[in-house]
Design a protein around this ligand. Structure first.
Ligand code: ADP
Ligand code: MG
Length: 479
């Protein structure tokens, strides 16, 4: 009875449609689009349902990851189905007898779609510019920023470790640590360092094949390769890579199939002694939605983080940038900017650019403190709105399990004094309040705040776990 029910084409299609809908909710859109959408039902006989898969690679994948589930769902819907068989229907099979029209239309779709070509050409500058790429590569190329070099990277206490690690990787021909994993909050120089490594290696040895791309691009490329049934070419591109850099891997969180592929690519490159450099907004262990085995792989080389900037680094960056742009930046203005714009370097540069643009538009009006304050009025106001000292006190108190009252009290016990200093430090970092204003909120004078800020800046360098706590707090507050 049941067997008869399935024999009609429409009921098979209906059931398959329902199964697809169910699978889609179970595995998520990306995995579904990548792996399950390209499948189609074929013939059914002796309790075996044939399902057409466009490539061998996909077949293996689908069998490992989804066949049990598909079988279970289908069996439940239709007990006549005892087994499921996955059949590769490649383009070359076009002339052979096909299971049913669905397969045929799928093949037609595949054959009429241009196949992607290799994107990265070994040893050519096209690696970066991707000028002669084709279908697959249109929006994928990630050109390197010529400004992001080691020369333009200002080194300070908060980034010197990451800088040293990046230089070491760039300069040594032998692999020293693999992977190099860089992490920090936004706008603190991860991408800059990665590009700097790439430029440096290219300069030393133009024949080395360096691939830099964001994790998002990696996923996109992968899914597209699947669509074009060209995962082999996809794999090939990575196989010939000497140095692979994947930026912002936190965006891979939750995308299981891409993670699998990334894991695979990653392992095979490492095994072959190729250098891998990864960046993320968190340490490998803290990455959300990333599989445990991938996390541990990511953390097995050298992990280097970039801390939030300190005042000196901000001054250094401002002066460096002004010099690059050929602009005279008065010390007072640099100090004002470095004091006010503490969240990240991108914003600091943005503010400086605004001030410079303003002075140049007004026919080379001199840059003064007054003018700077005026130009950045709105920006600083909205900046202030972001995080209040009250919020900081509350969050920090919560974190260290003390009350806000204790934080503001005169108690000097370490358990209270340290969180107080950290809250002051964060208030200086995350708001544009002056030292006396911050002091008032803690019932202290400005010298106490200044001392606290210095103390915490020192502690951050010495005590990694404290630095991490502060970073977590800063991110929570900055969100
Ligand atoms: P991330 O990738 O960590 O978000 P980026 O590398 O994009 O940060 O840096 C943001 C901006 O700040 C870029 O314009 C970069 O050139 C600049 N920048 C970051 N760190 C430094 C530094 N140490 N010296 C000079 N410029 C820097
Ligand atoms: Mg970046």
């Amino acid at each position: 009875m049941a067997e008869e029910a399935i024999l009609t084409d429409t009921s098979v299609q209906d059931q398959w449609g329902q199964i697809c809908n169910q699978l889609k909710t179970e595995v998520g859109d990306t995995a579904f689009e990548s792996w399950l959408k390209p499948l189609s039902v074929g013939s059914f006989s002796d309790g075996v349902m044939n399902i057409c898969v466009p490539t061998r690679f996909m077949r293996n994948w689908v069998i490992t990851h989804y066949s049990d589930r598909i079988h279970k769902i289908w069996e439940k819907k239709n007990p006549a189905i005892k087994n499921i068989n996955f059949v590769v229907q490649s383009v070359q099979d076009d002339n052979r007898s096909l299971y049913n029209p669905t397969c045929r239309s799928l093949l037609k779709k595949i054959t009429s779609t241009p196949a992607p070509q290799n994107i990265y050409q070994s040893g050519s500058s096209a690696v970066f510019a991707n000028n002669n790429d084709s279908s697959l590569n249109d929006s994928l190329s990630v050109p390197l920023n010529p400004q992001y070099t080691f020369d333009n990277f200002v080194v300070g206490k908060t980034n010197e470790f990451a800088y040293a690690a990046a230089r070491k990787v760039a300069e040594s021909r032998n692999i020293s640590f693999n992977p190099l994993f860089l992490y920090s909050g936004v706008g603190l120089g991860k991408t800059h360092l990665m590009h700097a490594i790439a430029w440096h290696i290219k300069q030393q040895d133009p024949s080395r094949n360096i691939v830099y791309l964001s994790a998002e691009k990696f996923m996109y490329k992968f899914v597209r390769a699947l669509r074009y049934k060209d995962t082999t070419a996809f794999k090939e591109q990575f196989r010939s890579v000497d140095v692979l850099m994947v930026d912002d891997v936190q965006f891979m969180g939750g995308k299981d199939t891409t993670q699998e592929e990334f894991f695979y690519t990653f392992n095979s490159l490492i095994e072959e002694g190729r250098q891998i450099i990864i960046s993320a907004d968190k340490s490998p262990a803290d990455l959300e939605g990333i599989e445990a085995r991938l996390k541990s792989r990511l953390g097995c080389g050298l992990v280097a983080d970039i801390h939030p900037t300190d005042f000196d680094l901000r001054i250094g960056i401002l002066n460096n940038k002004a010099k690059q742009l050929g602009v005279e930046l008065p010390t007072k203005v640099a100090e004002f900017l470095a004091q006010k714009i503490t969240s990240n370097i991108r914003e600091l540069e943005g503010a400086l650019r605004r001030v410079i643009a303003h002075s140049q538009l007004l026919s080379d009006k001199e840059i003064t403190l007054d003018m700077t304050q005026d130009v950045l009025k709105d920006m600083l106001r909205s900046y202030d709105k972001r995080t209040t000292i009250d919020e900081i006190q509350k969050k920090v108190a919560e974190h260290f399990n003390i009350s806000v009252k204790e934080m503001q009290s005169s108690r000097r016990a370490r358990t209270v004094a340290r969180p107080r200093q950290i809250a002051m430090y964060l208030a200086k970092q995350l708001t544009s309040r002056s030292l006396p204003e911050i002091g008032r909120k803690f019932d202290r004078d400005h010298t106490t705040v200044m001392h606290a800020v210095r103390k915490v800046e020192e502690l951050i360098i010495e005590d990694i776990s404290l630095a991490e706590s502060i970073d977590t707090l800063r991110r929570a507050l900055d969100a």
